[in-house]
Design a protein around this ligand. Sequence first.
Ligand SMILES: [Zn+2]
Length: 104
Amino acid sequence: MPARSLTHDCAIPGCPHPGRNQLGVRDRVAHSGASPFPNKKRTDALWSLETPMFLCDDHALMGGVVRLTFEPNTSQEIVVESSCCGTEFEARSKSINQPLSEAA
Ligand SMILES: [Zn+2]
């Protein structure tokens, strides 16, 4: 079965090229010590979430600035808000499946 062909616009206003690269955020294990989650080793993600923002190949490789701000809460959910050049994208959210009660 051929891969489904999805097309997205590049997030940069006026860019005529298709957005073939999706921006996302992930939290990766950054140590090699004992973990409360035996199936999670160094560099494995505790969670990851894609934004609805896509970039064309050119804009993905030209460079840019990503501002990342983490605001802690107790929802056991991760929410990612994104914007580009003044355009706000829909917030994406996802439950965190790793049990907080087992965290070190
Ligand atoms: Zn572009």
